[in-house]
Design a protein. Structure first.
Length: 304
């Protein structure tokens, strides 16, 4: 048995952000307008306080591991990502359990945000795992009977409306190579993007994981038992069916007003018990909200 906490999409920001003259000509300008003029900022106004409570929850509930599926920031500034990691207590000696963190599209908002390595630097504590050569992704973290496999799909885009992701053939092949090297254990993917949305269809073109179909094939080849993700701010889960090779669970946003919460997983061999805990602004505490059980596929031996 192992117990994990999964949260996502905390979208913290900070002042000063560290604007450069280049940012006046890229997507960050429109993102800033969206946050400060068009209402997005109001939806995340309580995010700093909620992240502090989330850190208290993690320390109090003492899970064996933590999963963060991305979107630490609004605009991918290093100052925002640093603030997010600090507020979560990721500095050395803070007592947080081991974990897995992957970036979201907001953490790679523009080209320099992706190439700076800021996310990987500030979330390094949750980026320790088995890798192929020196490639940053994918990597696999052993936690009890599980292999958590971190897959990176976030990319910067020029177009303001484009929030899509792509894993890429090269990384999908690396996932298969990595899985061949792993010892036995239940394989669980952690990726910012879902395979399918709540209606079991791919997300709209400008938001979807573009190579979701290829990712589904890799799930089959590697015997992946579960796909954990963020990106969509409302939490949901999907059972496997003929179009979806494994169950998927999206944690939703941990900090958005009216939706703030996280998931606590208890794995019993091939059974997963999921508890949804939500943040109550009236009491400034978390409370139990929903609970469900899920049977995972038993085959964990990759067929590649
Ligand atoms: Fe998000
Ligand atoms: Fe996202």
């Amino acid at each position: 048995m192992i117990r994990l906490i999964h949260f996502s999409d905390i979208h913290l920001t900070v002042r000063p952000l560290g604007w450069s003259w280049r940012d006046c000509f890229n997507k960050r300008v429109f993102g800033w307008l969206n946050v400060h003029m068009l209402g997005r900022g109001r939806r995340f106004a309580q995010a700093p306080r909620i992240v502090q409570r989330l850190r208290d929850e993690i320390l109090a509930r003492q899970p064996e591991g933590v999963i963060f599926s991305g979107d630490a920031s609004h605009f991918g500034f290093a100052a925002e990502i640093s603030e997010a990691a600090a507020e979560l207590g990721l500095q050395a000696g803070a007592g947080l359990p081991p974990g897995v963190a992957v970036p979201g599209n907001h953490d790679y908002y523009v080209g320099p945000a992706a190439t700076s390595g800021a996310f990987e630097r500030f979330f390094a504590v949750w980026q320790q795992g088995v890798r192929l050569e020196n490639r940053p992704y994918p990597f696999a973290v052993r936690l009890g009977p599980l292999w958590l496999i971190a897959v990176q799909a976030a990319h910067p885009h020029v177009a303001v409306w484009d929030a899509s992701g792509r894993i890429g053939n090269s990384q999908l092949q690396d996932v298969q190579r990595l899985c061949r090297q792993l010892e036995g254990g239940t394989r669980v993917v952690v990726c910012h993007y879902p395979l399918l949305a709540e209606d079991r269809q791919p997300e709209p073109w400008h938001r979807r994981l573009r190579d979701w179909a290829a990712a589904c094939q890799t799930v089959c080849h590697c015997g992946i038992a579960l796909w954990l993700h963020g990106h969509r701010h409302r939490w949901y889960w999907l059972a496997a069916d003929q179009n979806l090779p494994c169950p998927t669970i999206g944690a939703g946003s941990a900090t958005q007003s009216g939706r703030a919460g996280y998931l606590e997983y208890t794995f019993y061999e091939t059974h997963l018990s999921v508890l949804r805990r939500v943040y109550d602004p009236d009491t400034d505490r978390y409370r139990d909200a929903e609970h469900f059980q899920l049977a995972l596929p038993t085959a964990v031996t990759p067929s590649v």
